[in-house]
Write a new protein. Structure first.
Length: 62
């Protein structure tokens, strides 16, 4: 989900990491399903990427 929104918003992983204030490796791990974002990072990703509420709910159901 995060990768799709990042691409839709035309952000590189580096730019997204900068906006969310995390390391680029954190973004890579989240996008590759290696780790879940912390609550704080999750909130920032939702805000920065302007993620639709229905997509947030789908993500949380997984």
């Amino acid at each position: 989900m995060f990768k799709d929104y990042r691409i839709l918003r035309k952000y590189t992983q580096e730019k997204l990491a900068e906006l969310v204030q995390v390391d680029i490796r954190t973004i890579q791990r989240i996008e590759n399903g290696e780790t879940l974002p912390s609550i704080e990072t999750f909130k920032k990703l939702i805000k920065v990427l302007n993620i639709d509420k229905k997509d947030i709910l789908k993500y949380l159901e997984k």
